[in-house]
Design a protein around this ligand. Sequence first.
Ligand code: UP6
Length: 262
Amino acid sequence: SSSLDYLERSKRISSPVAKELLQIMVEKQSNLSVAADVKTKQELLELADQVGPYICLLKTHIDVILDFDADLVDQLTKLAEKHRFMIFEDRKFADIGNTVRMQYGAGIYRIASWSHFTNCHIIPGEGIIQGLKEVGAPLGRGLLLLAEMSTVDSLANTPQYTAKNVELALKHSDFVAGFIASRRLTDESDFIYMTPGVGLDAKGDALGQQYRSPTQIITHNRSDIIIVGRAIYGPGKDPVVEAQRYQRAGWEAYLARLSSAA
Ligand code: UP6
């Protein structure tokens, strides 16, 4: 189904959040997600308002915000409605089902109450998905499995580990909306694929991050969404200019995939 366009897939894909995301991607002609890794509430809201018109999805690390409060998520939700983007809290849950159920639904952040997507490692086994599903499924949320990571020496990038992610996604396709991975992993059922570690200029950072191009990720590897962080708002960058640039690059890479599949 990767040869089908986003619109056709939005009609067929089973996950309601993946469906809505694909619709937004078509409407806005954007497969860009910005990884908004900033430190304060004001910076996060400003960045979301600036890049909002150009993205389909805002990815957050809400636990790095110094002055987090409930008003922040209210305002983020309003910006998501204003600019029509969805929200993905990149929490990377990794504990037993009973613990992640509390981490996802309760605590200071109450992630399930505001984030359309979140993600987890399957290191603990199937129970992590079951625990998150108990909280998220009744609220209509979607889970992404971290089937691969972008770092140079990731332990997740083995065929056996990645295959186990696919198996569990197929088994829990009522809650698993897709994957964090560098490439499309299965054509057995349709999922949404999101890829971090994307950049047009830098090759990596000092801590193992690696960057690949939108063409590599979207056209050749058949992923769906590019996740771009510091390349958008790092030192000396204009977030609006860079968001427009990555939106265009991501969309052109998608159009190239469609024309090569036709
Ligand atoms: N991220 C990765 N690689 C992964 C999974 N997640 O980089 O395999 C996340 C990071 C960060 C963003 O937590 O928020 O994607 C990448 O940011 P960058 O573009 O500034 O490197």
